[in-house]
Design a protein around this ligand. Sequence first.
Ligand code: BES
Ligand code: MN
Ligand code: ZN
Length: 494
Amino acid sequence: MKFTIKSEKPETVKSGCVILGVFEHRKLSPAAAQFDRSTKGLLKKLLQKGDMDGKCGQTLMLHYPAGANCERVLLAGCGKAEDFNSRAFNKVIAGVTSAVNQSGASDAVNYLGELDVTDRDSYGKVKSLAEITCSSLYTPDQLKSKKDKNTHPLRRMAINMASDESRSARKALKDGSAIADGVELARTLGDLPGNICTPAYLASQARKLGKTCSYLKVSVLDEAAMKKLGMGSLLSVSRGSREPAKLITLEYKGGKAGEKPVVLVGKGVTFDSGGISLKPGAAMDEMKYDMCGAASVLGTIKACVDMELAVNVVGVIPTTENLPDGLASKPGDIVTSMSGQTIEVLNTDAEGRLILCDALTYSAKFKPDVVIDIATLTGACVIALGSHAAGLLSNDDDLAEELLAAGRKADDRAWQMPLWDDYQPQLKSNFADMANIGGREAGTITAACFLSRFTEDFRWAHLDIAGVAWKGGSEKGATGRPVSLLTQFLLDRC
Ligand code: BES
Ligand code: MN
Ligand code: ZN
């Protein structure tokens, strides 16, 4: 999608489609009212006839309006003006984008950026306009031999803004497009199947990203190197797989030389069968999404590169498959982590924490300001929060609040759960320093408790994205979450 900023009148602008807002009930936005006057009350007439009321998400397409220079007008229902917040705004943008894309118009001028959004400034509006427009056009058809071809797709979108706002709008456009591309990368990787998106594939994608920026350094450790570092916990998961595990590191140095980095650790299980503690068969294909934490780290770093963000960020991605095999871990096996702590593997399906703990210990070497891990870690999180919010647990309440705020701002929300010591005894093992599971109760919290034993030396937060990283059912597909949250968090630190 090619975006530009414009400052023209809706009735004179030449375009395949002019997009105008209508509030409930039948209230024209300023641009729509201006358009209406030049077209002899065309819009008001149709609204009065009942063609549209202005409910949030409604759209109405008109063709060749007499008195204007455009081929089409798309009226976008925005709901009640006083309720028009960022969530409503995003919903409207998504609806408008697919309507225009299906209309045959290859270019459009969007006047919705001028509307008052209760919790957004003009930078924020344009940023999400770019972000949401792009992501509404994503289709996971990478591997279809015959694509459902749209012969006249939407290719160019101009965003109309008052001319005194056009400078901040250009910056917003750059940031929004960068985030959209980061989200798209995360979705594309997530949607790829396990036989293509292997640990080696993720490593090659990271290297490819590294080539796009002179201050992004990418390195990949193989199993021998991890063995030397003592990563017995991570390697115990990959023993059952023919695909060798990798530990990918991406060091983005956009900030000052001495500035401590934000370290993002992403779970990269490219397929999770459960291992010897095999999962049930239903919907097991969705366990190709068990690398969405890793994908979100790659997407976020890509966005940092494209925004030329002035921060230091390190991505650490432990990546492996989890499969049953003669060499695979067995329930009861005891492994030694890089930290020296021993772990009794009571369930081989609780593999995410086994690879994350060594990656977290490894993260200390970057002398982090904060460490954030992102993982499709527990089915329990899906039960607790559904698909609306990521679970957030942290050993630092200020860091937690920063992340929650970034999530609200980016409309990519998280919800905090307690990390109280009261839960720690659930991880007791008679034979090792800890067990890798904590029983039926509070599964998301005990998983975080496990990780907390490897993060005592730094400020750390954990995002459990099991419920938000992808959608199931007929809309099956990756969401790219929480790339928006993470990039917002980084933007807010600049
Ligand atoms: N990748 C899964 C978590 C998961 C399950 C995410 C379903 C999304 C949907 C993780 O590796 C896992 O299997 N966790 C177990 C932990 C249990 C054995 C303590 C789970 O949640 O069942
Ligand atoms: Mn598992
Ligand atoms: Zn898993």
